[in-house]
Each structure stands twice: as structure tokens, then as C-alpha cells.
Design a protein around this ligand. Structure first.
Ligand SMILES: C[C@@](CO)(OP(=O)(O)O)[C@H](O)COP(=O)(O)OP(=O)(O)OC[C@H]1O[C@@H](n2ccc(N)nc2=O)[C@H](O)[C@@H]1O
Ligand SMILES: Nc1ncnc2c1ncn2[C@@H]1O[C@H](COP(=O)(O)OP(=O)(O)O)[C@@H](O)[C@H]1O
Length: 281
């Protein structure tokens, strides 16, 4: 949305991959998937400003700083996905990026930031260009709830369903390419996400954290995309309600819990409608 300062901004919501089956591998190594993705109410914000020299990253929760201290900074140069989107669209602009979505967490934060640029500039139709920046962009541009296939480039919207999710965030980095490659070796554990076994095998810490949450709530949690976020949906409402009670997290907010040697930030989020409904002035 344009404002009087000549800048414009859009919210960039996280994406939750509720289920993911790997159904093939292309000759170039990209995996063909059959997935259901849902936009959820944890938001970055992308503001474009006139001065192309500006690239500011705002960290309202302090969580980005924690992750960057541990894993190194997200790029501020031309390899930032927001800058890649601007370059691909031939637009020179500065960026103020407010980050709440953790990186390397399987929540498509970087892709959603880049998708916000496509939406802001009215370029939602350039799906192939978007997909060349990242496999998650086509879904993130559309948003809502969708069946996603191909390598992520084919998106068919599904009817919106109002639902809540608990996201268990861990300071564990799961690089998507590494997890897909490991999947080729270890295969699936038969859960709703074919990448879960590989992500848990890639990180001893993540598998320790997985065990702690499953023990707490007495049920298995799922992995978001290529990880590291673990989540619970409302398919078993008793389990979901119990988990909300145990973690003491209210709707649309977050809390920090300790389980064994681990700390988790727990977000209670809800599904969000797609197609630009999350734009704001
Ligand atoms: C797993 C998923 C779905 O839940 O999301 P995330 O968990 O990363 O958020 C997606 O498939 C990820 O999409 P995205 O994170 O955009 O991946 P990209 O940056 O395009 O790809 C990073 C690397 O992952 C591998 N890759 C990605 C997508 C795909 N369908 N097959 C692959 O093998 C490739 O090695 C690629 O170089
Ligand atoms: N705008 C951005 N926000 C976050 N990470 C970015 C961004 N642009 C590039 N990156 C890089 O992309 C990597 C993956 O980040 P992200 O897309 O948020 O996670 P995921 O692929 O797990 O969903 C980061 O480790 C970072 O190096």
C-alpha cells in the first residue's frame, strides 16, 4: 500500500506445510512433491522505500538476533530474497524488513518476504519468475490453503478452513537442500511429512526436542516443511487443547517454555485467507 512518504508495505505471513509427500526426483535433483500448505498468522513485514541504498532489518522480538548470533546473519546484500525479487522485477528500491518468522525453520519466511514484493508490485502472475527465486514463492504469492505440487510451482487453491496450530520454534537450522538430499538416503518415517525422518536424522538436537514435546503432550508432533519447526494441528482437539493448557499459550501470541535441557518459543497461530488479504497500509 502506498503511503504519504512514498513507501509501501505488505505483511508477509509464514507458511505451514501440513503434509508433504515426495513423489519423484527430477534429473536436475529437484524433488517433486505433493503437499498441502496453509498461510498462518505469524508475520514479517516488507516495506519498500525510495532510497535503494537502504536495507534495514528490524527484529521486534529479539529472536532473529538470537538466531543470527548462533548461525550467522541472514544476507543483507543482493542474495537476500527480497532483493532477488526486486532485481528479478527490475525495480530499484530500498527495503525495511521486519522479521518475526525465524529463518531455516521451514516456515518459508524468506520466500514469503520475496512473495510480498511480487504482490506489492502487482506482479502476482509472474509465477515462473517467482519459482526461479525459490520453490516456495508460488504458494506464498497466492497464500491461503492450497494443494502444492510439481517442485512447488503448481498451486491449486483449496477452500479456506479456519483452524489453529501450535508452532514449537527451536534455534536449530535445517537447510532445505541438505534435508532433501538426506531424504534421498534415509527415506520417510511414514508420518504426514516425508522429510521428518531426514530432519530428525540431520540434527540430534532436533530429535531430542521432538522427543521432549511428544512426551509432554502424549502425542506425536509433525515437522513443518524441511524443519526445524515442530507443530500440532487440531485434528485431535483433545490433544490440541491439552497442549494449549500445558504450554499456557493464548490465541495469537507466543510464550517460551523449557522442557528438559531445551527452550522453545511456542506460537499459537491461526490459518489466514490468501490473495492479498494480508496487505496493510
Ligand atoms: C520444503 C519446502 C516445502 O515445505 O519448504 P521449506 O521447509 O524449505 O520452507 C519447499 O519444498 C522448499 O522450498 P524453498 O525453501 O523455497 O526451496 P529452494 O530455496 O527453492 O530450494 C533450496 C534447495 O532445496 C532443494 N529442493 C527444493 C525444492 C524442491 N522441490 N526440491 C528440492 O530438492 C534443492 O536442493 C534446492 O536447491
Ligand atoms: N528475507 C530473508 N529472510 C530470511 N532468510 C533469508 C532471506 N533472504 C535470504 N535468506 C536466506 O534463506 C535461508 C532460509 O530462510 P527461510 O526462507 O526463512 O527458511 P526456510 O527455507 O526454512 O523456510 C536463510 O538461512 C537465509 O540465509
Amino acid at each position: 500500500m502506498k503511503d504519504e512518504l512514498g513507501s509501501c508495505s505488505a505483511l508477509a505471513p509464514a507458511k505451514l506445510t501440513r503434509r508433504l509427500a515426495v513423489v519423484g526426483v527430477r534429473p536436475d535433483g529437484l524433488h517433486l512433491i505433493d503437499a498441502e500448505m496453509v498461510t498462518v498468522s505469524l508475520f514479517d513485514e516488507v516495506r519498500l522505500v525510495d532510497n535503494p541504498a537502504v536495507f534495514d532489518v528490524v527484529d521486534p522480538d529479539g529472536y532473529l538476533t538470537q538466531l543470527e548470533e548462533r548461525f550467522g546473519p541472514i544476507p543483507r546484500d543482493n542474495s537476500n530474497l527480497v532483493r532477488k525479487a526486486l532485481t528479478a522485477l527490475g525495480v530499484r528500491a530500498g527495503v525495511v524488513l521486519t522479521k518475526r518468522i525465524p529463518f531455516g525453520a521451514g516456515l518459508g519466511g524468506g520466500s514469503s518476504d520475496a512473495a510480498a514484493v511480487f504482490r506489492l508490485l502487482g506482479q502476482e502472475d509472474k509465477v515462473d519468475l517467482a519459482a526461479s527465486i525459490g520453490a516456495d514463492l508460488p504458494f506464498c504469492i497466492r497464500g491461503g490453503r492450497a494443494h502444492v505440487h510439481g517442485f512447488g510451482d503448481l498451486v491449486e487453491s483449496l477452500p479456506f478452513v479456519e483452524e489453529e496450530f501450535l508452532l514449537f520454534l527451536s534455534p536449530v537450522l535445517c537447510p532445505t537442500g541438505t534435508i532433501y538430499r538426506l531424504y534421498d538416503e534415509v527415506g520417510s518415517d511414514g508420518s504426514a511429512n516425508d522429510l521428518r525422518k531426514a530432519a530428525l536424522a540431520a540434527s540430534k538436537e532436533l530429535s531430542g526436542r521432538f522427543e521432549e514435546i511428544c512426551t509432554l503432550i502424549g502425542s506425536e508432533v509433525n515437522l513443518a516443511g524441511s524443519g526445524s519447526t515442530l507443530f500440532l494441528d487440531q485434528s485431535d482437539s483433545d490433544v490440541f487443547d491439552r497442549a494449549c493448557e500445558l504450554t499456557q499459550v493464548s490465541p495469537n501470541s507466543s510464550t517460551t517454555i523449557s522442557l528438559g535441557e531445551y527452550e522453545f518459543v511456542v506460537w499459537r497461530v491461526h490459518s489466514v485467507r490468501g490473495e492479498g488479504s494480508h496487505r496493510r497500509q
